[in-house]
Design a binder for this molecule. Sequence first.
Ligand code: AGP
Length: 604
Amino acid sequence: MCGVVGILLKTGNAVPDVIEGLSRLEYRGYDSAGVLTINNQNFQKVRAVGKLESLKNELRSAPLSGAIAIGHTRWATHGGVTIDNAHPHESGRVAIVHNGIIENHRYLKKLVQDQGYQCTTDTDTEVIAHLIDYYLRLGNEHHIAVQKTLNQLEGTFSIVAVFKDRPSLMIGARHGSPLAFSVSEHGSFIASDAIALSLWSNHVCYLEDKDMIIIDDHKVVVLDEHGQPIERPFKNISHLNLHSDKLGYSHYMLKEIFEQPQVVHDTFSSLLNDDESDIKLDARLESILMSAKRIKIVACGTSYYAGLLCQYWMEAYGHMGVDVEIASEFRYRQPYLGDTDLAILISQSGETIDTLASLDLLKSQNIPTLGIVNVLESSLMRRSDFYIQTLAGTEVSVASTKAFSAQITVLLALVFKKIEPSDRELKIKKFLNIPKHMNCVLDQFDDIMKLCNPLIQSKDVIYMARGMNTPIAFEGALKLKELSYINAQGYPAGELKHGPIALIDESLYAVVIAPSNDCLPKTLSNVQEILARGGKVILVTDHHSKIDSINPYPQHIYRLPDCDAIFQPFLTVMIMQMLAFGVANLKGQDVDQPRNLAKSVTVE
Ligand code: AGP
């Protein structure tokens, strides 16, 4: 997924603003970046491979200046990470930046080559620029040339285009990838999302799919998919903590880990009625939920693990059937939905393409859809029948932490809705104390960091648990993988003897979550099986578990603060997050922007 910015100022140099905007979007992709402006009817551009800092360095030696500028931060989909493939891309009179994938780009590339265009990059984006220029040469007006081009594209895109012969004209278009704009007394701004636009205005307008925005000499017109002018509403985003500042933490991820108690409190409080005795939902959603016998949860990555945890909770306490699906599988496997009363789609970004495609599939079969989403005005939020916003605030670090805690907070609130009112009120009261317990875990950050050293040299790490900590073991493995690049795999502990035990030798580390519950003895047997074969164990348990019988003893033990078993995942997941953070940091990895990853996977 990439970040796009386009700025037309009334006076002054737009390039520094574009760079500032890109810095707010870098979490969307960061393998190369570029900026372009127009002077004396000529394009001037600077591009660089690497993070945005590389582009800033280039600009220090080759500064650009102009009242209009477009910029791009890239996460490579088509074509390697090279200067030539970095955006912006130009052809004749037009230059563009693009987020998305053009699925018929090979066909279009042939088309433009037949018209004499030389394709010099490996990107799909280049063909968009050639096509627009082609239609300009045929004498079309600029926005008609853009529209004719877009009509030929298949796939997802958001683009911003500028024209050397019209230095006060900027055209943006949205089709499947988010795009928004704002205006102020200084000029007009287009960007991939509100995080960038909040630099220049608290009022943002989110384009709908197939909208086109034409900014011509500061006059702004939005055209809908039929080419008709349309007024899209502006949203006030001043209340969103969109600021992306580390607030003194070494990394965004660490800040976001430490924000979790507050995020859980804020998200849960937003769902409570006035006397905190009940969960308040949209009336129609509540009616569907209360009568539902079976729900389906669909998501990707960390959000999928939130859904898995909900399955444990909802089936045990809500006495309702729950299926949890990986979106990229669900959307293609022709699922049977005859007994699905409600579908819940979970997504931090609200733009994950497989989750959105699953939403469309579910809606096509008239299944009521609830989106649990963090980013305001995201596609999932706007296209679901119902939505609940997680109040995690902007999650800048690519590895999801506070968004996960906020997601499971919403899911637990839905579980509470399904239990007896008297029991519900009691559980609500108990849960209101959980942020305090989470803070106790955070207070032991230094102790947890001590557990990280042994993992640094590991080639393989397995994570294991039983019951509702099993999804947390999966999430812990994902965190370690994506942050430290160590191969890590989560297993239900009961699966150890069904294959994974073959992995065990002196080089293997296991992180085992085993609080004192009726599964503890069985999990301790698994711990014993690992230790007996020379494997090493980091055991996460509590103060009540009897583990003296284990021989040899686990290398490291972390004991959780006391809390009801149902709430333990809120504590154990933070230990997983801190472990992954500590190992990656000790290995000197880029914690906030791990290699190859993007914050939201808006392409298949
Ligand atoms: C989480 O640490 C990962 N970055 C990734 O698995 C993420 O959870 C997944 O891509 C889903 O993203 P979404 O929640 O925005 O849909």
